[in-house]
Design a protein. Structure first.
Length: 184
C-alpha cells in the first residue's frame, strides 16, 4: 500500500505508518483501529489521561507504567499495547493524538475510503452523522470516514474538509465576513 508522503513527513505520521505496516502484516488493522479509538476516546473523556499525555513532567518510565496499567482497562490489543509502550519509552507520548488521526487516515485509504474532517460546535447525533456521511459519499464518489471534532469557538454551523476542498459554513466565519464587509 502506498501511503501519502504528507503523512510520512511528520513524526506522528512516521509512527502511525510503522504501526499500520505492522498491523497490516499481521492482519490486525481492525483490532488496532478499535484499540486506537478506545485510546482516543480516553483522551477525550479523561482529563487526567490527557494531562498525562501532555505533561513534560511525567518521565518516560512513569508514562510506560501508566500505559501498561491502562491497556487491560481499555482492552487494547497486544500490538497497540506494545506500540504505546514504545511511544512512552521514546519520549513521544505527546504524539498519541496525531498518531491516532494519521492511523485513521491510513486505515481509511486501505479500505478504499476517503476521510473527511468535520468540525462542529456541538457533537453530531447518529442521524446527523448518517445524513452527513450520505452527502459526503455522493460528493466524493466513494465511502467516507468522518473524523469529527467539536470546537465551540465556531459558534455554530459546520466546517468540512474533504481532500483538498473545504466548506466553511460556521457562524464565526460568517460573522467575520460580515464585519469585513461593513468595514468597507
Amino acid at each position: 500500500m502506498e501511503t501519502s508522503g504528507g503523512i510520512r513527513a511528520s513524526l506522528a505520521g512516521r509512527y502511525a505508518s510503522a504501526l499500520f505496516d505492522l498491523a497490516r502484516d499481521q492482519r490486525q488493522i481492525d483490532s488496532v483501529s478499535r484499540s486506537l479509538e478506545a485510546l482516543g476516546q480516553a483522551l477525550l473523556d479523561s482529563k487526567e489521561f490527557a494531562e498525562l499525555i501532555a505533561s513534560p513532567l511525567v518521565s518516560r518510565d512513569e508514562a510506560g507504567k501508566a500505559f501498561a496499567s491502562l491497556a487491560p482497562k481499555l482492552q487494547l490489543d497486544p500490538i497497540t499495547t506494545n506500540f504505546v509502550g514504545v511511544l512512552a519509552r521514546n519520549g513521544r507520548k505527546n504524539a498519541l493524538g496525531p498518531v491516532i488521526r494519521a492511523f485513521r487516515r491510513l486505515a481509511s485509504e486501505h479500505r478504499g475510503e476517503t476521510t473527511a474532517e468535520v468540525i462542529t460546535a456541538r457533537p453530531l447525533n447518529d442521524d446527523q452523522m448518517a445524513a452527513l456521511k450520505t452527502q459526503l459519499r455522493a460528493r466524493a464518489g466513494r465511502d467516507v470516514a468522518i473524523e469529527a471534532t467539536v470546537d465551540p469557538q465556531i459558534l455554530g454551523g459546520i466546517v468540512v474538509k474533504l481532500g483538498s476542498q473545504q466548506v466553511d459554513a460556521s457562524i464565526r466565519t460568517k460573522l467575520n465576513r460580515l464585519a469585513s464587509a461593513m468595514k468597507g
